[in-house]
Design a protein. Structure first.
Lengths: 390, 222
């Protein structure tokens, strides 16, 4: 039965659950999960059509948090958009800042001091640890491991947030990167604290994995669920750990080699099956690689300024031109597309949100699985609605 | 990685007479783009995806740009506006001409197989009001599906051949396209009928008349 044969769904203000009459297959049930369902990680809705328990059609509905971030970016100066980028993916404000700062630097040809490049790598890898730890906790919470894994994950997350707070003044809304460097310098004490966190993080991962990775229930819930073929992943523009779990070797830290990433030795973990379990495992392995990058960067961070003294921050204007620039965020490729006409504001300010584009394949992953599995599949895609809706 | 000019020449060799042009980008990144005509866009895009030398299998970013009507000084500048959006040079008291605006859809392509990119494609609509249809590239790259819906929603570009063209971020009943440069939100944006809407104008009839100008200067009574 093709999907188009089912009676067309229209977003209705009716009751949450209503039946859809289909002559061949009897009653199909249309379930609207969300926008306030706890498993949807924010205000996100899935309109699923069920044949028994099996999903035969699923349409994501979002936009509840839409505030037209891009229009705001076009109506404010380049610098004023920096704190707004914190609010895109509010778990990963440091990488959002970096992606935006890098785009503006490429638009204007601005150089960055080496210490700032190292600091950016350190902060980006801390963000990756933070995001993947939270994701693993949420994923297990969604699949029914109530409480404990999430609390373990949040305990570690707090340590990273403490580091962010002592460096930037804010736990989540860091607003830290600037065009041509970073806002403040890291003290030796801060670098020492980051190093001890990086050294101890492997032990936390060992503990976490001992509890969960080989867990029979977790494997039963996640293995073979939500398989994403590599060809579909590439065509659908899926990026980040979700793509690599399908076995496609595409990590922008290696491919583009932005910043000082080419100096670090790290491996890119790849999945073999592209199911939910692989997506979980790829993230755990990525965290172990991040620890290696962190330790190497913290050992090798040079002295010097963190800000180009000639950089113009306030009243910044870029020469006419346009640029598309992207980095490997924890959720995938986060890119910024800027068009300058020489004025104080960008003429066009576009965010390429990895969460939104990774959602393209949500229906393909869920078809044929039970409604309970959609929760786990959505959890493994790792979306943040602040970025999906912008 | 071939330059934009080389790709254009190869496209023209494969599809003689196809509307392809290179749009220069004066920025330091020099990401030049290929302007495709609407008639051949899907064929050209499929060629870019499948050609063994390019294999642009990954359409990373799709977005719209709204270019308003521009005044072009007739003698100083050629007919085409600067695609990167540089302001038109002033050429003294020459007769200025209005260059009609258009909407533009920009695609950023990369190759995951060969790990190169970006190749930038641009499609342009005829104007900003009634000729706003461009061919959809969703059949070529699935990642365009949500992003083209977003361009349709926020810019009002219609994509011919898109499988599911609906609003994506704004609600379905919304009328306008907020990312257009001339969009202005209505004053009564959050207005909803309440008794106050009728009561307050009625009550105004009972207010005392506005004091004369001389009385206003004396200020309030002590």
């Amino acid at each position: 039965m093709s999907v188009s044969e089912i009676a067309p769904l229209t977003p209705s203000a009716g009751p949450t659950v209503r039946s859809v009459r289909d002559e061949l297959h009897g009653d199909l049930l249309e379930v609207s999960m969300g926008p306030h369902h706890p498993s949807t990680h924010g205000v996100f809705r899935m309109v699923a059509t069920l044949d028994g328990e099996t999903v035969t059609r699923l349409k994501p509905v979002f936009g509840y948090l839409h505030r037209n971030h891009e229009k705001i970016g076009e109506n404010t100066s380049y610098l004023s958009s920096m704190p707004y980028t914190d609010r895109l993916d509010y778990l990963c404000s440091m990488t959002n800042n970096w992606a935006y700062a890098l785009a503006v630097e490429r638009l204007s040809g601005q150089a960055v001091p080496e210490r700032a490049e190292y600091l950016r790598v350190i902060l980006a890898e801390l963000t990756r640890l933070l995001n993947h730890t939270c994701l693993a906790g949420f994923l297990l919470q969604d699949s029914g491991a109530s409480g404990t894994p999430l609390m373990y994950a949040f305990r570690e997350r707090e340590k990273i947030l403490d580091l962010f707070e002592s460096l930037s003044g804010s736990r989540m809304m860091c607003n830290f990167q600037r065009f041509g460097g970073c806002r403040t310098d890291a003290t030796p004490a801060w670098l020492g604290a980051a190093a001890s966190l990086a050294d101890g993080y492997g032990r936390f991962l060992d503990e976490f994995e001992a509890l969960l990775t080989g867990n029979e229930i977790l494997m039963a819930r996640t293995q073979g669920v939500g398989r994403l073929p590599a060809a579909l992943a590439v065509s659908a523009g899926v990026t980040g750990p979700v793509l690599r779990a399908s076995g496609v070797d595409y990590d922008l830290r290696k491919v583009d080699g932005y910043g000082v990433y080419p100096r670090f030795a790290f491996r890119v973990p790849l999945g073999a099956h592209g199911d939910v379990y692989d997506r979980y495992m790829v993230r755990v392995l990525e965290m172990r690689e991040s620890i290696r990058i962190l330790q190497e960067a913290l050992r090798g961070i040079p002295g010097g300024p963190v800000m180009d003294p000639k950089a113009k921050i306030r009243g910044f204007r870029a020469k006419p031109g346009e640029v598309y620039s992207r980095i490997e965020g924890p959720k995938g490729e986060i890119g910024f597309y800027l068009i300058s006409e020489g004025g104080p504001n960008p003429y066009r300010y576009r965010v390429r949100p990895p969460s939104l584009i990774n959602l393209t394949i949500l229906e393909d992953l869920c078809l044929g699985h039970t409604i309970a599995d959609t929760v786990v599949i959505l959890g493994s895609i790792d979306i943040v609605l602040g970025e999906v809706d912008r | 990685m071939e330059t934009a000019e080389q790709i254009r020449d190869r496209l023209l060799a494969r599809f003689p007479g196809a509307p392809v042009a290179v749009v220069a980008n004066p920025g330091p990144g020099a990401q030049h783009s290929l302007l495709l005509g609407a008639s051949h866009a899907a064929d050209l895009a499929r060629f870019l995806r499948d050609d063994p030398g390019l294999r642009l299998d990954f359409c990373s970013n799709v977005t719209g740009v709204d270019w308003l009507d521009r005044e072009i000084a007739e003698a100083a500048k050629p007919a085409a506006p600067d695609p990167a959006g540089a302001p038109a040079m002033e050429a003294g008291p020459k007769a200025a001409r209005i260059q009609p605006g258009y909407l533009e859809v920009v695609y950023h392509l990369y190759s995951m197989a060969l790990k190169h990119g970006p190749v930038v494609l641009r499609l342009r609509t005829g104007n900003r009001s009634d000729q706003v249809t461009v061919p959809s590239l969703t059949p070529v790259w699935r990642s365009c599906e949500f992003q083209e819906r977003e361009v349709f929603d926020l810019f009002g570009v219609t994509f011919a051949g898109h499988p599911d063209l609906r609003r994506i971020l704004m609600w379905d009943e919304f009328k306008d396209h907020p990312m257009r440069k001339d969009y202005s939100e209505p004053d009564d944006y959050e207005w909803e009928p309440t008794p106050h809407g009728e009561v307050l104008p009625k009550a105004r009839r009972h207010y005392p008349a506005a004091p004369a100008a001389t009385a206003a200067k004396e200020g309030p009574a002590p």
